[in-house]
Design a protein around this ligand. Structure first.
Ligand code: RIB
Length: 638
């Protein structure tokens, strides 16, 4: 930049520029003086700078130009800084993406007498044009993340390889629905996308446009992630840590767990702390610090004449750092449970008392219960992917119930604590023969209003079944059924409460599972269970399974009118056998088994549950139930 250039840009004569810069602007208007000073400042023009720039003495100054904000390139800058300091050079950091901006920074560096400049180029650039007019002594080294510009480079940041490596890591874990998340119009976005799409192509996985989320800002990113939770994507490839942080936040809000529900991989600088992510993030390290170091060393070697421009750019291959954010995708579909949560007081008696009778009980135990909580625990014990929506009090009972859910592997994001109300309670009389009767108080179950289900709608994303029972406000039952219809989630309903269900609602329920007493409420009169099931079928219910205690169960749907025997177990306490049946039925369906196989499986789950006291502690785990696999599978072949 010469005095002539400044005069041309300011639109004045060389003499005017000279007079202004030498404080001899007496006859020059204030406006012209200001214009000249502004242009000179903008282009870092200093009189005689050319002479300084071309002097053969070294200034010990080097420039470093990055194409984006310092946060994104912090490790690259740190590496370059380390290498410069080690060789006794001071570093001037500038940031600019497009050519005019870069030129302006270069002029500034020339005027300060910089010995060389390292540039991280975001786009293909004509280096001869860029460095036209540079001082003779100036040398430069270039780093790029674009394959196409690689031939001009000293080093190459392999964003393309990193995106490929991340995508292939997820494919190797079994994922096929892999979503790409990052920023639109960022220096590295194109390479990032192209590495991702190439990896999918090589593995014969078709890329879906709804799985590509390159966003303009944080707000758009959040809404894209939320939409993606509705698609079949099981994994996310993130461009940087701000994207990964947003994924963690949104998934948490939707009640989706990493890595059980969704896997996450992120490109990273390498040195930035990743333990702030829980579970720890799996990353593809771009090794930018090493890149910064190597480019600066190369630049200084050139300044000092010990190296000439490298023929082949140095290519630092990215490395996978395994955290805990990747797992194989779930094979079973999620089950959402909406229902009551009670502290059960089990009162054991010789027989169930009749009216007017006083009885001394044998023992009293408190155990976690409630149909919603029982079904959630039952399904989770069998390996189902279960989350539950319900309400607990801020009391001892509420805390015990919550920990029983958590200990059994139920996702409790949808369990609300309601201050100032007691947790629901059930008083259960159990006879020596194992029969039981239940009296319960609503407590916080009465607070499970539609807005709570609405608030937790994210839990229904990707769910296949909803287990619904009716010891909660009826409006919530209706709201949940409609929500399930809208979201294509199948409803399995246990109609506990004494309320007949109208045909228009029956039609929306996929599986109705009443016991004999509950069936009587729906179809009063002296008909047999088969006839009553027939009646419900003719009213629009699609699959009716009547549980008949030690007589097994009866299925009526478009295909079957069929009785299934009970599994042969001696009853200690039959409380909650229906919950055990329903949860096992849903788990087996969610694993892809048909309705009759699922009923067989459920029959054994119910059978095991009556051999012990209480409900949740008595429910079978997968291993216990699979000990009877020969039997429930043999029945299936009948
Ligand atoms: O189905 C059994 C359950 O019904 C008990 O745990 C009790 O709390 C009631 O909700």
């Amino acid at each position: 930049m010469t005095i002539k250039d400044i005069a041309a840009i300011a639109g004045v004569s060389v003499t005017t520029v000279s007079m202004v810069l030498n404080n001899k602007a007496g006859s020059i208007s204030e406006e012209t003086r200001e214009k000249v000073l502004r242009v000179a400042k903008e282009y870092s023009f200093k009189p005689y700078a050319k002479a300084i720039q071309n002097a053969s003495v070294r200034s010990g100054l080097v420039g470093l130009l990055i194409p984006g904000d310092t946060r994104t390139f912090s490790d690259f800058v740190a590496g370059a800084q380390e290498a410069a300091a080690a060789e006794g050079y001071s570093l001037i950091l500038c940031s600019g993406e497009r050519e005019p901006e870069i030129k302006k920074h270069l002029n500034g560096l020339y005027s300060k007498g910089a010995d060389g400049v390292a540039l991280y180029l975001a786009e293909e650039t004509d280096l001869d044009a860029l460095f036209a007019g540079a001082p003779d002594k100036l040398v430069y080294a270039v780093v790029s993340n674009r394959q196409s510009t690689a031939r001009q480079c000293s080093a190459f940041c392999a964003v393309f390889d990193a995106a490929m490596l991340g995508t292939e890591h997820l494919i190797a874990a079994g994922h096929k629905g892999i979503a790409l998340l990052g920023w639109r119009n960022r220096p590295e976005s194109e390479e990032f996308f192209s590495g991702y799409s190439t990896a999918l192509y090589r593995h014969n996985i078709s890329m879906k446009s709804e799985e590509v989320g390159l966003c303009a800002d944080q707000e758009e990113l959040e809404s894209v992630i939320r939409q993606m939770t509705d698609y079949k994507s099981t994994a996310f490839l993130c461009q940087d840590q701000s994207v990964a942080a947003c994924v963690y936040r949104v998934l948490d809000r939707c009640g989706l767990r990493i890595p059980k529900d969704r896997s996450v991989v992120c490109m990273s600088d390498g040195a930035t702390a990743l333990d702030i992510f829980a579970p720890e993030l799996s990353t593809i390290d771009l090794r930018r610090r090493e890149l910064g170091r190597s480019v600066m060393r190369e630049l200084i070697a050139r300044i000092e004449g010990s190296s000439r421009a490298a023929q082949e750019p140095q290519r630092l291959l990215p490395e996978l750092r395994q955290g805990a954010s990747v797992a194989s995708p779930l094979t079973s579909k999620r089950i959402v449970v909406v229902g009551s949560m009670n502290m059960d007081t089990m009162i054991h008696l010789s027989h169930l008392p009749t009216s007017g009778e006083s009885l001394l009980c044998q023992r009293i135990i408190n155990l976690p219960g409630g149909k919603g909580a029982n079904q959630a625990v039952g399904a989770a014990k069998l390996g189902g992917d279960v989350c539950v929506i319900g309400c607990l009090g801020d009391d001892q009972e509420g805390r015990l119930l919550r920990s029983s859910l958590v200990e059994n592997g139920v996702n409790t994001t949808g369990v609300m604590t309601i201050p100032g109300k007691p947790t629901g309670k059930a008083y259960i009389l159990v006879s020596d023969k194992g029969e039981s009767t239940i009296v319960f108080s609503y407590g916080t179950n009465g607070e499970l209003l539609p807005n709570i289900v609405e608030r937790n709608e994210g839990l229904f994303a990707g769910a296949e079944y909803c287990l619904l029972s009716t010891e909660i406000p009826w409006d919530t039952v209706l709201y949940t059924i409609d929500l399930c219809v809208r979201r294509h989630v199948q409803v399995i309903l246990k109609p506990t409460i004494q309320r007949p269900i109208s045909s228009d609602i029956l039609e929306k329920i996929d599986f109705l599972i009443p016991n004999e007493k509950e069936l009587d409420v729906q179809v009063p009169g002296n008909l047999s269970a088969d006839e009553k099931a027939e009646c419900l079928f003719s009213r629009g219910a699609r699959n009716i399974i009547v549980t008949l205690g030690d007589k097994g169960c009866y299925l009526r749907n478009a295909e079957f009118k069929r009785a299934f025997p009970a599994a042969d177990f001696a009853a200690v306490d039959t409380t909650g056998a229906g919950d055990a049946f329903i949860s096992a039925f849903a788990v087996y369906l969610s694993e892809g088994y048909d309705i009759t196989s699922s009923i067989r499986f459920a029959t054994y789950a119910a059978g095991i549950s009556i051999t012990r006291d209480g409900v949740q502690p008595a429910m079978a785990g997968r291993i216990a139930l699979e000990m009877y696999a020969d039997q429930y599978s043999a029945h299936q072949a009948e």
